[in-house]
Ligand binder design. Structure first.
Ligand code: 4AD
Ligand code: MG
Length: 498
């Protein structure tokens, strides 16, 4: 008995002594712990405070909250009043088995300190359902909701999985420039970078802006793609990838376009288009499997959210697959590979085209496919991800390899249900003369891309790569519907808040 008392007292003294220095526990750690009756210390934000007794605390480490049960005797009346939704608090107490519904453990609070108050009359994120429009206006606080914290944790996991995939497969990570003088895609959708004051730019003899006097001595812009620079690195390092921000000044106010988005661009020497298609499929499946294995709680929550959202839609528009079904479906099935010409035939003869239901009718070979066509192929016709390849040369960028037919190029787009284009890529034109001719026809100056042409002059080789829009991948993985909701602070036309 005496020994027991001694050990008990010694433990208390030890704990008291170490209380201040106690390691901070994360909510995730505590919820997964079975070490009952331990003293714990956790900090987070109050989600709800019920019956003046139950604090649902979240610290971002997991979608789940930990219940902290306040003990009136230890907590001052004044402190109790300050436990409001959104407040930051520090909680010390004992981890115990919970008898309540919905959790296995809870914290019996012995000490609660308010770290930061949150005035309930002003705090916009109340414990109720908010519209995504409202939350976009409060993008600085929306990560404190279940949906956005889940999306952002999945985004982080995906981004880790991207690096892991390439690193384990012998790729090197290359950081291509954000400020560049070239327009890789030739679409002219670029944001200018200049240090000239507006309206005070010096003019040359032709009354045009004299960029030789600008910061870089030439016209520069924010990059639309790191591809051209990545190609030069693939021709030395073999297998490379970029993962960085890209910028497009296209005025597309859709749920799939951002003016600033993150792109992943692998580039591989000696890969032809088939190998490029294999890589894109293997890569996407691998990163999706990673989140299926590592983001179970978040995916389960997002799966539920989507199911609820689907229920609000008319029967005909509802998806018959849950989010988890869709992810498993992609991982477990082969992507369908179809040439542009085959797809064109399917589209020309399909019901919506014949009944003039498409906004852009399909009648002549060579037309660019719009999102409505891509989605028809993927969602209605093939009902699986599709890789379209061998597109007409005149709707694709200058750097794609010309086929023997002289009218198609070795391009590929990976199309996904609900998203449309997830990936755009190609085998690159490695023949100097053909490339020069192509550039000439499109009015691209050789002097502008002399360094790019050098790769074709010195040790040129077959090579391929693709670009995957990271936010579109996050969109698909999380089952969200608007690309603005899968990047912390979206940049879109008329919107650069925060
Ligand atoms: O098809 P894109 O324009 O291809 C390229 O930029 C090539 N240089 C890539 C390469 O071969 N290395 O863009 C690639 C992908 C698209 O498939 C799409 O997923 C995404 O980037 N993307 C956008 N994502 C969000 N907002 C936008 N405005 C996007 N534009 C393209
Ligand atoms: Mg594209």
């Amino acid at each position: 008995m005496l020994t027991y008392l001694y050990v008990f007292t010694a433990k208390k003294v030890y704990l008291l002594f170490n209380y201040e220095k106690m390691k901070l526990n994360s909510v995730k750690e505590l919820l997964n712990s079975d070490k009952y009756l331990q003293e714990v210390h956790v900090k987070g934000w109050v989600r709800t405070f019920r019956s003046n007794r139950f604090v649902a605390l979240n610290d971002g480490s997991t979608i789940k909250n930990i219940q902290c049960v306040v003990n009136f005797e230890n907590i001052k009346e004044d402190t109790l009043k300050r436990i409001t939704t959104g407040a930051a608090v520090s909680v010390k107490g004992t981890l115990v088995e919970s008898l309540g519904k919905g959790q296995t453990v809870e914290v019996q609070v012995s000490d609660l300190e308010i770290l930061g108050d949150s005035n309930p009359d002003e705090y916009p994120i109340q414990p109720k359902k908010h519209s995504f429009e409202f939350l976009r206006e409060n993008a600085h606080l929306r990560v404190r909701t279940n949906t956005f914290s889940a999306v952002m944790r999945v985004r982080s996991a995906l981004s880790f999985a991207v690096h892991q995939y390439f690193q384990k497969n012998g790729f090197f990570y290359v950081n291509t420039p954000i400020i560049t003088g070239s327009d890789a895609e030739g679409a002219g959708e670029m944001f200018k970078v200049t240090s000239f004051e507006h309206n005070e730019a010096p003019l040359n003899e032709d009354k045009k802006i004299d960029y030789t006097k600008d910061f870089f001595g030439k016209e520069t812009n924010l990059t639309v793609s790191g591809q051209l620079e990545a190609e030069t690195y693939a021709m030395g390092l073999g297998k490379v990838y970029t993962f960085g921000p890209t910028f497009r000044a296209e005025n597309s106010n859709t749920t799939r376009h951002l003016a600033e988005f993150w792109m992943i661009e692998p580039e591989v020497a000696f890969n032809d288009l088939d190998a490029n298609m294999d890589l894109s499929e293997d890569f996407i499946k691998d990163v999706l499997q990673y989140v299926l294995d590592n983001c179970k709680d978040d995916l389960e929550f997002l799966d539920n959210r989507l199911t609820q959202e689907e229920k609000t839609k008319p029967q005909a528009e509802r998806s018959d697959m849950s989010l988890l079904d869709k992810l498993h479906f992609v991982v477990d099935n082969n992507f369908k590979r179809v040439s542009y010409t085959e797809a064109f035939d399917i589209l020309r003869n399909c019901k919506p085209n014949k009944k003039k239901k498409f906004q852009y009718p399909i009648n002549e070979w060579g037309v660019d496919l719009q999102s409505e066509h891509e989605r028809f192929l993927v969602e209605k016709h093939f009902k699986c991800p599709v890789i379209l390849f061998d597109y007409p040369a005149n709707i694709k960028a200058f750097y794609m390899r010309l086929n023997e037919d002289g009218k198609t190029v070795r391009a590929m787009d990976v199309l996904f249900p609900g998203i449309g284009e997830m990936v755009g890529g190609s085998q690159r034109e490695e023949r100097l003369d053909v490339l020069k001719e192509k550039m000439k026809a499109l009015g691209i100056e050789e002097e502008e891309l002399w360094w790019y042409l050098d790769t074709r002059k010195f040790g040129t080789a077959v090579h391929s790569g693709f670009g995957l829009g990271f936010e579109r991948l996050v969109l698909f993985t999380t089952g969200m519907t608007n690309i603005r909701d899968v990047i912390p602070f979206p940049r879109t036309p008329q919107n650069a808040d925060f």
